[in-house]
Design a protein around this ligand. Sequence first.
Ligand code: HEM
Length: 307
Amino acid sequence: MSDTALYQPGILQGVPRVARYVQFTLAGDQQPAHAIKEALTRVSPLINGTDVVIGLAPALVRALGGDIPGLHEFPATFSGRVKVPSTPGQLWCWVRGDDLGDLLHVTRQLQKALAPVFGLRHVVDAFRHRHDEGTGFGRDLTGFEDGTENPKGEEAIAAAFAHGQGGALDGASFVAVQQWVHDLDAFEQMPEDDQNQCIGRRLSDNEEIEDAPESAHVKRTAQESFDPEAFVLRRSMPWLASTQAGLMFVAFGCSFDAFEAQMRRMAGLDDGIVDDVFKLSKPVTGAYFWCPPMRNGQLDLRRLGFD
Ligand code: HEM
């Protein structure tokens, strides 16, 4: 990846072997904009967009006096037929690598650079599961391959990053982050055919099931079936903590529109049909962040009033 890339390169690269999703919040609500700016200036050298991808929530952009068109909080309105919580955050870091021990040390460096203005709020450790070097895809903890229908190459860039806007906005990405907790007991109790019908693909060979029900996950989310088409770049990873486990769903977009169209349909808001994925998992968080563009290998925060 050249230094001239306008986007944080880690977004486009595949999912790493291990990762930590680290959220920071402002310590107290009285932090002046200049203190926040200084903390972000201190942490910037630690963020190359590859080993650490960063995202700022609408509240933080507001606190800095910034204005990013299209940036807003995760809607509370998906809930109704099923619970889809909106749990706004402030600063999100996707810390990526090969060795979880190393990621602990990176997390500590971020924490120190951001203190005392920001405090650590939440960390989720994630990993690749049954990753196939040949296809480049890993699996969800249910055993289904995840990422198959992700756009590739130029299409991935077009789906994931803002373009044609100017004003230090191009190359930025709008990310939706949702922690899902699996009910693996419920999943294991289903006959394999029912498991396949829930997703709309076969566990055994990942083939799409043409006559899967309308509630099947890949029928709900088929990106080409929306008008306009709703492509996102998914970079989800399995996570576990003690006996709980699931999927950290992460979707990067040139706006939040595609994610919102998919989530609405999954939640049954369009036609009353809820996605079968809710039979085996449930979301417990939901937040939106703006991942700033890069300039000369560094975060480009000019849009937030930085030089
Ligand atoms: C527990 C949560 C979830 C699980 C286990 C899950 C799993 C899967 C699996 C196994 C596939 C098929 C392979 C692939 O193309 O990647 C898939 C496809 C997909 N999922 Fe999910 N998913 C989850 C949540 C979500 C959410 C919340 C969204 C968006 C709101 C979403 C959007 C998509 C899209 C866009 C596709 C590709 C559809 C297509 O164009 O064929 N998924 N997911």
